[in-house]
Design a protein around this ligand. Structure first.
Ligand code: PLP
Length: 398
């Protein structure tokens, strides 16, 4: 089937909720993807911070093949070894003691919110049901996580939202202190706001949030859906801050592109979710857990977060040099391989121009260009990406 016909069918048969670029991607290998007309692209979007080990990594592909030929699905009425091994590996490499598996980031956050509310109602007070979240945050598209999300543009038209969410400015401990009270079940924040424009808080922010939660008896939920699995140069972004959450949500890169979400927590918190209180048909199937196990064990064994830190530095240095040359760049920020370039002009034309020149990048909000390449990225890839981005920024400047 030719590209033009497929694009026509896409418009005719899909719901129109995605603003997709007019290309059809058909194949991937490592840092590169190819479209249906045979054009090659360097992928610095990584499927929205998902493909941490690059496209079609041999260990991931091997795990997919093996799991598909062994046992694809069993219900949660039974145990399955890959889910047990994956939960164990996640606990051994994080603060957590218990794990719940779902299928997406939104589902991981839904589970976190439900868990925190049930924990607070049963252990603290029956009216302790509220959440404090941050302005400009992004936590997902289900009604619950949309209500946690602090960006009205995503909520518009879907009201009424779920009650019980207060929003305060991000990186503002005073505002958070004023918002938390004895009805607060939990505070939910991202260690770095990804969709909101790659906003990195001050170093004392997360430790301050931790202290405020402790003082009020509220749980701290860290949404590491975008920042987790090595993206920021450590396995978990909370490690930079020297604190631990009570609940953490993970998704995106956990199975390198196979859908999965995980809600991690301490054992005393988890005990609020008794048998039958929560569940998901596809959560933790042997198939997806085998793939996640292959992904996470490779990330750990090959010290992938360290590469993210090194290559992040490399990119930052190059981007700062671009910023010094091109006045349209107002700010360069990020950690590891989650990097934002704030422009004085709209980001979308730069993203489009880069794509036409063979580089896939992302936007995050109206004026921020976001880079979230696979964490296996090498120096030569960074040099190529910087060259293309530099040339496209020069055009923007006129
Ligand atoms: C921080 C954060 N939380 C939650 C989500 C929602 O994840 P999903 O799209 O898998 O539901 C995202 C997705 O971009 C995210 O970046």
């Amino acid at each position: 089937m030719d590209t033009k016909t497929l694009l026509e069918w896409s418009a005719r048969y899909h719901t129109p909720n995605y603003g997709r670029a007019p290309i059809i991607l058909v194949r991937g290998d490592g840092m590169r993807v190819w479209d249906s007309d045979g054009r090659e692209y360097l992928d610095f979007g990584g499927g929205l911070a998902v493909v941490a080990l690059g496209h079609c990594h041999p260990r991931v592909t091997g795990a997919i093949r093996e799991a598909a030929a062994t046992l694809l699905h069993v219900s949660n009425l039974y145990h399955s070894a890959p889910a047990i091994h994956l939960a164990k590996l996640l606990c051994e490499h994080s603060f957590a003691e218990r794990v719940f598996f779902g299928n997406s980031g939104a589902e991981a956050n839904e589970a976190a919110l439900k868990l925190a509310r049930k924990h607070a109602r049963e252990r603290l007070a029956s009216d302790r049901v509220e959440f404090v979240a941050a302005n400009n945050s992004f936590h997902g598209r289900t009604l619950g996580t949309l209500s946690a999300t602090g960006q009205p543009k995503y909520q518009h038209g879907f009201e009424p939202l779920v009650p019980g969410f207060k929003h305060v400015p991000y990186n503002d401990l005073r505002a958070l202190e004023r918002a938390i009270d004895n009805r607060t079940a939990a505070v939910i924040v991202e260690p770095i706001q990804g969709e909101g424009g790659v906003v990195v808080p001050d170093d004392d922010y997360l430790p301050g949030v931790r202290k405020l939660c402790d003082a009020a008896g509220a749980l701290l939920i860290l949404d590491e859906i975008q920042t987790g699995i090595g993206r920021t140069g450590r396995l978990w972004a909370y490690e930079h801050a020297g604190i631990e959450p009570d609940i953490m949500t993970v998704a995106k890169a956990l199975a390198n592109g196979v859908p999965i979400g995980a809600t991690l927590c301490r054992a005393d918190v988890a005990s609020a979710l008794g048998p039958g209180s929560h569940g998901s048909t596809f959560g933790g199937t042997p198939f997806v857990c085998s793939v996640a196990l292959a992904t996470l064990s490779t990330v750990i064994a090959e010290k992938i977060p360290e590469n993210a830190a090194r290559m992040g530095q490399e990119l930052m240095t190059g981007l700062r040099a671009l910023a010094a040359k091109h006045a349209v760049v107002k700010d360069v920020r990020g950690k590891g391989l989650l990097i934002g370039l704030e422009l004085s002009v709209a980001a979308a034309p730069v993203v489009d121009a880069c794509r036409e020149a063979g580089l896939l990048i992302l936007s995050a909000g109206e004026k921020v260009v976001r880079l979230a390449p696979p964490l296996i990225v090498e120096r030569a890839d960074c040099a190529r990406a910087l060259a293309i981005l530099g040339a496209m920024l020069a055009k923007q400047a006129g």
